[in-house]
Design a protein around this ligand. Structure first.
Ligand code: GDP
Ligand code: MG
Length: 421
């Protein structure tokens, strides 16, 4: 089970009941509820209601692991590995459907693209035509350019091909490119894996990543994981997303999670939910929960884009209930009021079954450290943040951690936020 846009709509219809049942609720709250929750819902709309399949376009020479990459990302066998690719350029579209996850993907495997690059490095007309037609037909969100270490240094014309194509299209029509450096195990002797435990191999991988960055002219690169350039770089650029090393020969694959997260976080918002949900990679949905918690806390605290903090207590509770439901949904529980209620009653130490708005509102109310009905910006932020993280622990780890015990962490998150702004 995962987030179904239909069910999400049913769930949001129930939210106003929380505000109505909250202590100190009045007419004014009811009206505010509609606007504030309306903002949160429309914020989630791009993500959930307008959710659509991501469209990925895969390029790379024969044998680099394009089919392996499709299977590794999708977490199931979709593409034939070691298939004989035609010598003429021709692409294969896959529509992959993940029924029980309410998700589907479109992946276009542009087989043989670089095979037709002539030795002098020119891009033959038929290749350019193929890519042009493909881009027009499929309108991909991202291009994944797969290569292997031995080609990185020899494959200048591959990079040039993409560059020329981009120039021909104009930068705004050409999707951003993410480079996947596959087969990094070829840097290692059989007993030198994984690279985290073999600095020599790690060094070779990093040098290759640096080389890619240099060839494509991306000076401003950041290690994607702040302490670990080994997992890849993210570029500060419209043209290139980043470069990520992988091992895709067999499970356990190596570093697919980084590739997935970098790719997913650069997709248009409407394509993100289906991209992440499909993969059955809990870690990704957990990160997704965290970014939603940050978003809701920010919205509640009136920081960043939101004009005013949600000072009205009943409205804040409604917003928090929605966040809890969403996190339940991201953890693959059914998104409905009963799921959020289950968390709330676990936190309150009361066994409430079903959806009882009044007891839910009362329990949530206990976590807001204020007297009276007005909530300060920092309280709105920290309480929402702490609840989100606590809900994450409950739904993802089966742990009952009171939001109160996460308050210090929430304050740190708030300080970090305020410094960012
Ligand atoms: N050593 C090694 N082999 C790989 C890796 N990924 C894929 N392969 C193998 O490389 C061959 C070509 O892979 P395939 O996915 O069919 O490449 P494609 O032609 O680009 O679609 C297959 O035998 C794969 O099993 C990897 O990370 N390391
Ligand atoms: Mg293939």
């Amino acid at each position: 089970m995962a987030i179904d846009p239909e069910k999400f709509r049913g769930f949001t219809d129930q939210l106003s009941q929380i505000a109505e049942a909250a202590p100190m609720s009045d007419e004014r709250s009811k009206n505010l509820m509609d606007t504030a929750i309306g903002t949160a819902i429309s914020d989630m709309e791009n993500l959930i209601d307008k959710s659509r399949a991501p469209v990925l376009y895969i390029m790379g020479r024969s044998g680099v692991g394009k089919s392996s990459l499709i299977n590794a990302l999708a977490n199931k066998k979709v593409a034939e590995i070691d298939s004989v690719e035609p010598t003429t350029p021709k692409s294969t579209p896959y529509h992959i459907s993940f029924g029980e996850r309410y998700a589907s993907w479109d992946i276009i495997d542009s087989r043989g693209l670089f095979e037709s690059v002539s030795p002098d490095g020119d891009v033959p007309a038929d290749t350019v035509e193929l890519v042009k037609e493909d881009l027009k037909e499929y309108d991909p969100d991202v291009i994944l350019h797969v290569m292997s270490p031995d080609q990185v240094r020899a494959g200048k014309e591959d990079f040039d091909t993409v560059k020329k194509l981009r120039a021909e299209f104009g930068p705004s029509l050409f999707p951003p490119v993410l480079y996947c450096l596959n087969k990094v195990d070829t840097h290692a002797a059989p007993n030198q894996w994984p690279p985290e435990e073999h600095p020599e191999v790690a060094g070779k991988i990093k040098r290759n990543l640096d080389f890619v960055a240099e060839v494509i002219g991306e000076e401003s690169k950041e290690p994607f994981e702040s302490t670990q350039p080994l997992y890849g770089y993210e570029f500060n650029s419209e043209e290139h997303i980043g470069v990520v090393p992988t091992f895709l020969l067999q499970e356990p694959y190596w570093n697919v999670r980084t590739l997935s997260w970098m790719l997913g976080s650069h997709l248009p918002e409407s394509a993100q939910l289906q991209f992440f949900q499909a993969q059955k990679r809990e870690e990704l949905m957990r990160q997704f929960s965290r970014s939603t918690t940050n978003r809701f806390a920010t919205l509640a605290g009136g920081i960043g884009g939101a004009p005013t903090p949600i000072a009205d207590l009943p409205v804040l509770l409604g917003l928090q209930f929605m966040l809890i439901g969403l996190i339940g949904g991201f953890s693959c529980r059914e998104i409905k009021a009963e799921t959020a209620t289950e968390y709330v009653s676990a936190m309150g130490g009361t066994a409430v079954t079903g959806f009882v708005a009044r007891s839910v509102a009362r329990t949530l109310f206990e976590f807001v450290p204020v007297a009276g009905a007005a909530v300060s910006a920092s309280v709105a932020f920290t309480t929402t943040w702490a609840l989100g993280r606590s809900a994450e622990r409950y739904f993802f780890d089966d742990e009952t951690v009171s939001p109160n015990s996460l308050r210090d962490q929430a304050k740190e998150a708030l300080e970090a936020r305020t410094e960012d702004d």
